[in-house]
Design a protein around this ligand. Structure first.
Ligand SMILES: Nc1ncnc2c1ncn2[C@@H]1O[C@H](COP(=O)(O)OP(=O)(O)O)[C@@H](O)[C@H]1O
Ligand SMILES: Cc1ncc(COP(=O)(O)O)c(C=O)c1O
Ligand SMILES: [Mg+2]
Length: 289
């Protein structure tokens, strides 16, 4: 029987609704991956509501919790680290230290960094020190980097002129160390208005994928966290990069269809669970260049 992969997932938790680990944990488990959630914050709800209560995990708790897992002899069973929203560069550095410790006991362990920088127009901005940390420190350690367009622009300090330029910008990040860049959400001059597009870039290949853009009264939150979690889960279950890319696009689209049909603001992860595990839609990635 194949072993169930284990992922240490270090990101936010919301009591109500879905963002961060609360968007990624259940879907990753539903497709067959064991998740160890390490919650960097516990908030009542995601911050797009404008009001929330709760607490940030004191930074020293990240190594302390990992010490506890090491002490019971389980750290070597960790196959991957996933990180999302960071409260500070110091929190980010403690995550890189955790990755280093895990690779010491399991050299095959991988690290997927979702370089969450927030949406300025949504009133969610990450401190410049966090962006600097992601570009100069985290990218060098990560196996997979999953920016959206805003995050890619911030890394490259410019906006793309075309789809090919988006690919060139992502390819430029590969020299910093990652094996692959997943651009979870593309925006460039000339993009068809009715499409939601993504890119997967490796040293040898560039894959482009298009799915229908759905209309929502308010944009759902947690889609990025769901995307990177499912991409990593499928890689750990043995998919090649292209297959994991196509799978996460299809599964996320299924969740959005369910969410739209229910008229919900929060992602309908529970109702969509069978569609996550076995997407009925299929989007084919097309090779560029
Ligand atoms: N097919 C789709 N139709 C409409 N909106 C979508 C679709 N897929 C994703 N979205 C929305 O697009 C945005 C995705 O943004 P992205 O930058 O990838 O991730 P996030 O902001 O969730 O980290 C989110 O606001 C999400 O709700
Ligand atoms: C607590 C929390 N975590 C994570 C996120 C990121 O969500 P998304 O995947 O939409 O970027 C948000 C967005 O508002 C949030 O409030
Ligand atoms: Mg995001």
């Amino acid at each position: 029987m194949p072993r169930t992969p284990h992922v240490l997932a270090i990101q936010s938790h919301v009591v109500f609704g879905h963002a961060g680990n609360s968007a990624a944990e259940f879907p990753m488990r539903r497709v067959g991956v064991n998740v160890w959630p390490l919650n960097t914050v516990q908030f009542s709800n995601h911050t797009q509501y404008g009001h929330w209560t709760g607490q940030v995990l004191p930074p020293e708790q990240i190594p302390a919790l990992v010490d506890g897992i090491a002490a019971i002899g389980e750290l070597g069973n960790c196959d991957a680290v996933l990180s999302g929203y960071l409260g500070s560069a110091a929190q980010g550095r403690s995550i890189l230290e955790v990755v280093r410790r895990i690779r010491e006991v399991n050299p095959r362990a991988v690290y997927l960094c979702d370089p969450v920088m927030g949406h300025p127009e949504k009133g969610c901005i990450v401190a410049p020190e966090v962006s600097e940390f992601l570009l100069h420190e985290a990218a060098a350690v990560a196996d997979y980097l999953c920016p959206n367009q805003l995050e890619l622009d911030s890394f490259c300090d410019r906006q793309p002129t075309s789809l090919e330029d988006c690919a060139a910008m992502a390819r430029g990040l590969l020299v910093r160390g990652p094996k692959a860049i997943l651009v979870k959400h593309l925006n460039y001059p000339g993009k068809p208005a009715d499409a939601f597009e993504m890119l997967l870039v490796t040293l040898d290949e560039t894959w482009h994928l298009r799915r229908p853009l759905l209309a929502f009264p308010r944009q759902p939150v947690g889609v990025g966290d769901l995307t990177s979690g499912l991409f990593l889960a499928r890689l750990l279950l043995g998919d090649d990069l292209r297959t994991a890319f196509e799978f996460c696009a299809a599964a996320v689209h299924e969740v959005l269809l369910e969410t739209q049909a229910c008229g919900s603001y929060e992602l309908e992860l529970v109702r969509a669970q069978d569609r996550i595990a076995h997407p009925r839609v299929k989007f084919e990635a097309v090779k560029l260049g």
